[in-house]
Design a protein around this ligand. Structure first.
Ligand SMILES: Cc1cc2nc3c(=O)[nH]c(=O)nc-3n(C[C@H](O)[C@H](O)[C@H](O)COP(=O)(O)OP(=O)(O)OC[C@H]3O[C@@H](n4cnc5c(N)ncnc54)[C@H](O)[C@@H]3O)c2cc1C
Length: 590
């Protein structure tokens, strides 16, 4: 094996992640400078472990929510109300207001950049229904989701990537973030590994924007792509940044049974119905007004309650998504991709037969805490970490609180990706590039050497699947103290076993085995924090349902959790208040 080379770069700003959040951040960093000749365009780089258009944003199906009111009356206030209620009142309302207002101009911006939205007969952007989105503060469903068939994310990602190429953004494709370089609370750069060669690249910069996406891969049944291992979140945590609201992880109601592959909520937006083993539309029992378009946390719980009551299909642990009454034309034109998935993976034609589904781990509401400018914050008072920004699913601003509504992630990543880009652009004059620590890549070399030197008998794949199983068993839709404690013990045991992992590939080039090991270290850290936060929150709110504390408790728990890694590796908790501006917490009925 040859020497591992080290290459150093300098940029004004470096963005990690080329999904919707990262690309939008990049565009808003360069665009304003191109429009004015007064200032020199900053040098920026986008570092991504995936080729940009493979980012998970490209898998988003159903749509992006914005109160355009193209088909029926709508307003950003109603969108805001739905988002706050959907969040079980834990979202910060100042941030939600910004998101719902700016969603509208953001969608028009995408349209002007050429995104091929579905259209109404008179040429406006078409809109469809989605869970939890209502008119007049909950009176009935509203058509708010702007979409391009069931390939909305694909279109967004392609559109943004084309714009980035037009604006000559520099990309480092297939570079894996390994470490953040900090001088105290100041972020001064990062270290990434070039996957093709194994070289380490040190980036010195004034500002880093983390846009590394989610971490659904800590669960066995998930809609998330293999790359979603929360690297940015875990590395920030490792470097002393707190993580916010990690106990809230969303299970989407309709994953393909046993596979977790997502069948978009758009299927129910177009009129699809969930049925139990007796053929009953069981949501009538749980959400009399919105039925199958109730928010995801409620529907996922309802599915499990049906299964527990013995009303799964043939007594098994799944129910059915029925599209058969929609007819071939709607199914094939409005939902072409998921129709393909069902035909390919299940051999079922959704035009003719209902589809077996089960809830699938989908979305991290928690993450790296930020303010509405995308600056990472270090404590409950909102002290920011100079030079460090985060946006997208890895961040927690928090617009989704305890439960995200469908279509609101695409809004979040774009609105706050844009804001972070703009905030960095504005700060570049005042931010100086501080000196790097000596041998900045030394901790990473050591980490790699440890993995290469280990001669134990453990394998990455075994530890990962045991982790995914325990998270599924004890830290998913229903939780209680003894299960969470068992999960914590198991995660600790898996962490110790990680020290005895052996890698068979010790080479430099395309060493995916090494990268998978490092990703697993990240997943273990995030699973540990998730289980600990779930144990500490003794109430039920949104996606976090404690069977031993089944009620929401605003007196004690209307607050955000911050989990910080102490020097000795243990987790310290603190709490941050919720911003409540327009809508006082109420009972959540749908
Ligand atoms: C199947 C599916 C369907 C969905 N449908 C919808 C929908 O219809 N509407 C909606 O609002 N939301 C939807 N969501 C959620 C939404 O798509 C995501 O939350 C959102 O796209 C995340 O965007 P992002 O930019 O934060 O991250 P991503 O798009 O996940 O991008 C993450 C980026 O980070 C990079 N990265 C990660 N780790 C590293 C590392 N170590 N080093 C370097 N780079 C790294 C990756 O290469 C990638 O470029 C869906 C999600 C899934 C999984």
């Amino acid at each position: 094996m040859g020497e591992r080379p080290v290459i150093t770069h300098q940029f004004d700003a470096v963005i990690v992640g080329a999904g919707g959040a990262g690309l939008m951040g990049a565009l808003w960093l360069v665009q304003p400078f191109e429009q004015s000749s007064a200032k020199k365009k900053p040098t920026i780089a986008v570092v991504s472990k995936l080729y940009p258009t493979r980012s998970h944003t490209g898998a988003a199906q159903g749509g992006i929510g914005a109160a355009l009111g193209n088909l029926e009356n709508d307003s950003w206030e109603w969108h805001m109300f739905d988002t706050v209620k959907g969040s079980d009142y834990l979202a910060d309302q100042d941030a939600v207001e910004i998101m719902c207002r700016e969603a509208i101009e953001t969608v028009y911006e995408l349209e002007h950049w050429g995104l091929p939205f579905n259209r109404t007969p008179d040429g406006k952007i078409d809109q469809r229904r989605f869970g939890g989105h209502t008119r007049e503060l909950g009176k009935g469903p509203v058509r708010r989701s702007c979409y391009a068939a069931d390939r909305t994310g694909h279109m967004i990602l392609q559109t943004l990537y084309q714009q980035c190429l037009k604006h000559e953004v520099t990309f480092f494709d297939e570079f894996h973030l390994m470490d953040l370089l900090m001088a105290g609370d100041r972020c001064v750069g990062l270290v990434a590994l070039e996957i093709a060669t194994g070289a380490l690249h040190v980036f010195q910069t004034k500002a880093v924007l983390l846009a590394t996406g989610g971490f659904g891969r800590m669960y066995q049944i998930t809609s998330n792509a293999h790359a979603l291992t929360g690297d940015g979140v875990a590395l920030a945590y490792q470097r002393g940044i707190p993580l916010e609201d990690m106990e809230f992880f969303q299970f989407h109601p309709t994953g393909i049974y046993k596979m977790g592959i997502l069948l978009s909520e758009a299927a129910r937006g177009e009129g699809g119905i969930l049925r139990n083993g007796e053929g009953e539309q069981f949501m009538q029992r749980y959400a009399a007004t919105l039925l199958d378009l109730a928010p995801r946390d409620m529907i996922s719980r309802s599915i499990y309650l049906e299964i527990r009551a013995g009303r799964g299909v043939n007594g098994q642990d799944y129910v059915l998504l029925d599209l058969t009454h929609l007819g071939r034309k709607v199914i094939e034109s409005k939902l072409p991709d998921i129709t393909d998935f069902v035909r390919t993976y299940l051999g079922i034609d959704p035009v003719k037969a209902p589809i077996p589904i089960q809830p699938t781990a989908h979305y991290a509401m928690g993450g790296i805490p930020t303010n509405v400018r995308g600056q990472v914050i270090l404590d409950a008072q909102g002290t920011s970490a100079p030079g460090l920004y985060a946006a997208g699913e890895c961040a927690c601003v928090s617009v989704h609180g305890a439960n995200r509504l469908g279509t609101n992630s695409l809004v979040d990543i774009l609105v706050f990706g844009r804001r972070a880009g703009r905030a960095i652009a504005e700060s570049l004059d005042t931010l100086k590039a501080p000196p790097l620590p000596k041998n900045p890549e030394a901790p990473i070399r050591e980490k790699i050497a440890q993995l290469f030197d280990s001669r134990g008998t453990e394998r990455v794949a075994t530890i990962r699947s045991e982790l995914q199983q325990v998270m599924m068993d004890h830290v998913s839709v229903f939780r209680e103290a003894s299960g969470l404690t068992q999960a914590q013990e198991k995660i600790q045991a898996l962490k110790s076993r990680m020290a005895r992992v052996t890698l068979s590939d010790r080479g430099l080039q395309f060493n995916t085995e090494l990268l998978e090991a490092l990703e697993l270290v990240n997943l273990l850290a995030l699973a540990e924090v998730t289980a600990a936060c779930a144990l500490i929150r003794q109430e039920s709110r949104g996606a976090h349902f404690r069977e031993d504390f089944p009620k929401r408790d605003d007196g004690q728990w209307l607050k955000h959790t911050l989990a910080t890694r102490a020097q000795d590796g243990s987790i310290q908790f603190s709490f941050k208040s919720v911003s409540i501006t327009r809508f006082a917490p109420q009972e959540r009925k749908y």
